[in-house]
Design a protein around this ligand. Structure first.
Ligand code: 3EB
Length: 336
């Protein structure tokens, strides 16, 4: 039962600095975009690529480059602060906004998402499949409420205003992490046709979180199946709508792994068919870098040597969460 209409798919290649030029050359003309995670601006000549820098420290590496690759030729465009590329099936977009002046984060999130939806509608790729959200001080107090909650309010308003009904099946996979400084960075992947949104029955759907988590709910699904690939949202130690095991990173990690297993099994019901972890790429966000060794060891035991794992130090959107994991999982194809 393969209900997804997106037959072709995107591929992800995660690499540290050493191999990036080689990978880009190999996929020349078919790179949808690159997200580089690094504490300082990476020395990276992006040429005509869509490229975004996320200012986070990668633990144990200088940089992590996520290279999103299409099976088809890609065209690159720049318009009104949005850099984007399209391949006939997918649109990849990077948008950076200075949110410090003068209006605050809620307005910035609103204008970023309203502009993004206008762009998607104009370009003929109306279905937002995955969004990456990064901005400084995510747990800091904003004007009245925590900055993550301000962000949620602006994002939610833009979804409603641009006709994105917030209900089962119509919100993207996403993540939202705090950087130490810099701008609001939003990357996104959209489709000409719909993906299949995946929810987790152990967790309240995020767009139905109760009001104590903020006046407007976050607008994301737990995962999105696009073609034969599964985009898994930031996943954490949440059961129902509650944070579990505050203060205990290893127990939070076990709860997170259980949530990841459930998202994987819900995706299998929709036809997702990865047989092993060879096509699995994980981004692990740790609030404290001291947790790196124990978390990495546990993840290697869980996923074995084939999964690609990069760990980053980041603030997570709930102050009591110590670890969050997002993933891209593609069916491994035999080498031609
Ligand atoms: C959670 O499950 C943890 O606001 O876009 C995970 C993934 C989280 C995406 C978002 C937030 C977001 O609620 C936090």
């Amino acid at each position: 039962m393969n209900r997804t209409e997106l037959k072709p798919s995107v591929r992800l290649i995660c690499t540290s600095d050493g191999r990036v030029a080689e990978v880009l050359a190999e996929h020349c003309g078919r790179v949808l975009g690159v997200i580089s995670y690094s504490a300082s601006e990476p020395d990276f000549s992006s040429g005509d690529l869509v490229h975004s820098w996320v200012e986070l420290e990668v633990l144990g590496e200088e940089t992590c480059h996520e290279i999103w690759v299409s099976e088809n030729q890609v065209s690159v465009h720049r318009q009104d602060g949005f850099e984007y590329s399209c391949d006939g099936d997918f649109l990849f977009c990077s948008h950076v906004q200075d949110e410090c002046v003068p209006q605050g984060l809620e307005r910035a999130a609103h204008s970023a998402y309203a502009g993004l939806f206008d762009l998607l509608d104009r370009s003929g790729y109306p279905f937002l499949l995955r969004a990456w959200n990064y901005f400084p001080g995510i747990n800091d107090a904003g004007e009245d409420i925590e900055r993550y909650r301000e962000f949620n309010a602006g994002r939610h308003e833009a979804f409603c205003e641009k006709g994105r009904i917030i209900e089962e099946g119509s919100v993207p996979a996403a993540c939202a992490l705090g950087t130490r400084r810099g701008n609001l960075v939003i990357c996104s992947l959209a489709g000409r046709s719909k993906g299949v949104a995946i929810e987790n029955p152990r967790q309240v759907n995020a767009y139905r979180y109760p009001g104590k988590y903020g006046p407007k709910s976050p607008t994301f699904s737990r995962g999105m199946l696009a073609g034969d690939a599964l985009l898994i949202s930031g996943t954490a130690s949440i059961v129902g709508a509650e944070t579990m095991h505050p203060g205990d990173v290893m127990r939070q990690l076990e709860e997170t792994l259980e949530n990841l297993r459930v998202v994987g099994s819900m995706a299998r019901r929709e036809g997702f068919a990865a047989e092993d972890f060879r096509g699995l790429c994980l981004n692990v966000y740790l609030r404290s870098r001291e947790d790196l060794d124990s978390v990495r060891k546990r993840l290697q035991a869980e996923f074995g040597p084939n999964a690609k794992i990069f760990c980053m130090q980041a603030e997570i959107c709930r102050a009591d969460l110590l670890v969050e994991i997002e993933a891209f999982w593609m069916v491994q194809r035999e080498a031609a």
